[in-house]
Design a protein around this ligand. Structure first.
Ligand code: TYM
Length: 335
């Protein structure tokens, strides 16, 4: 199929820390599967990352590391457009237009804003509040059909859909209305320490998350320390949330069904389960970790990817923005 006939995907990850197993199983793993059928735009969203304080040098380093992780996870740079969000100015420009069409009440209802604003009372900036509008701009600029994300992004995606519909009602035929795509069992990978919370790179307890770029021994130790329960039987049940999360992860990395995994551990304890599960996680991450280390030594190659990516992204984004500007009554600049 030519690129013109393919449906379009957009998704992004913030370069605000190291990628976790949650990012991988919730988003990146879907991308690797979808990249063959769709025309994909994947972005390191550094403009979103600065809604919380960042050290400039660290932000630069993490942006490159994130790109290396995308590729190490199997995102093919020859098949997809991979770029740094701030390289395509249209994101900031469409963000502004959409801000003028978004209601304060809509943004006030965003649960992620409520959570984040509690954590950063000292830096309660307007960017944190309008964050979901920039995300809508990311998505709508590319006339995106499908957005593969974890389910913590559902509410943001709903806003992108509402804004597309609102804009189209006023100016018909402007935006494609995007659909979310969520993996079945790993749309929300939970913390290994508090399984009622999502696994997050910003957790103060390092045992709560698994990083793609940590060493295998650390991963095994964290899994062995993962909180379970006193039932002592390997069941897949909401009453055993810690175990349920581990089974979901096990299933995602081995592609075995949940039922198969439960049957494998009938009559066995958590020790045997955790040992083999940890081994499976480490084995599935081994090639990613090796490729990541190799890629980091090849900066020129990475620079080539994001440079070409921005050039390609800009073409599609520019087309949408010109249409938007024309429709809302901005006179095109004469050169
Ligand atoms: P971010 O950087 O927090 O996370 C990147 C992706 O990882 C998913 N994810 C998870 N999935 C399952 N379980 C978890 N514990 C888990 N933690 C994170 C997220 O759902 C996400 O898919 N706002 C976005 C970035 C963004 C974006 C976009 C995404 C900006 N513009 C446009 C899609 C389209 C974010 O903060 O992701």
């Amino acid at each position: 199929m030519s690129d013109q006939e393919k449906k379009v995907i957009f998704s992004g990850v913030q370069p605000s820390g190291k990628m976790t197993l949650g990012n991988y199983l919730g988003a990146l793993k879907s991308w690797t599967k979808l990249q063959h059928e769709f025309e994909c735009y994947f972005s390191m969203v550094n403009m979103h990352a600065i809604t919380v304080p960042q050290d400039p040098e660290v932000l630069k380093r993490q942006t490159i590391e994130l790109l290396a992780q995308f590729i190490a996870c199997g995102i093919d740079p020859d098949l997809n457009t991979i770029f740094i969000q701030s390289h395509v100015r249209e994101h900031a420009e469409l963000n502004w237009v959409l801000c003028t069409m978004t209601y304060m009440g809509e943004l006030n209802r965003m649960t992620q804003y409520k959570d984040k604003s509690k954590k950063s009372e000292a830096n309660l900036n307007a960017g944190l509040f309008t964050y979901p509008v920039l995300m809508a701009a990311d998505i709508l600029l590319y006339q995106t059909d499908v957005v593969p994300v974890g389910d913590d992004q559902k509410q943001h995606l709903e806003l992108a859909r509402d804004l597309a519909i609102r804009f189209n009602n006023k100016y018909p035929g402007t935006f494609v209305v995007p659909e979310g795509y969520y993996p079945k069992e790993t749309a929300r990978v939970m913390s290994l320490q508090e399984p009622e919370k999502k696994m997050s790179k910003s957790d103060s307890n390092e045992n709560a998350f698994i990083l793609l770029a940590e060493d295998s021994d650390t991963t095994v130790k964290k899994i062995k320390k993962a909180v379970t329960d006193s039932v002592g039987v390997v069941n897949y049940s909401d009453d055993q949330p810690g175990l349920k999360n581990l089974i979901n992860i096990y299933s995602a990395v081995t592609e075995k069904s949940v039922e198969e995994i439960v049957a494998m551990y009938a009559g066995k304890g958590y020790g045997a389960f955790k040992g083999e599960m940890a081994e499976a996680v480490v084995e599935s991450l081994r090639p990613i970790r090796e490729k990541y280390a190799y890629l980091l030594e090849n900066r020129d190659y990475l620079e080539g990817i994001y440079t070409r990516g921005a050039e390609k992204a800009e073409i599609r984004a520019g087309k949408t923005l010109r249409d938007v500007y024309e429709k809302i009554g901005f006179i095109p600049r004469k050169f």
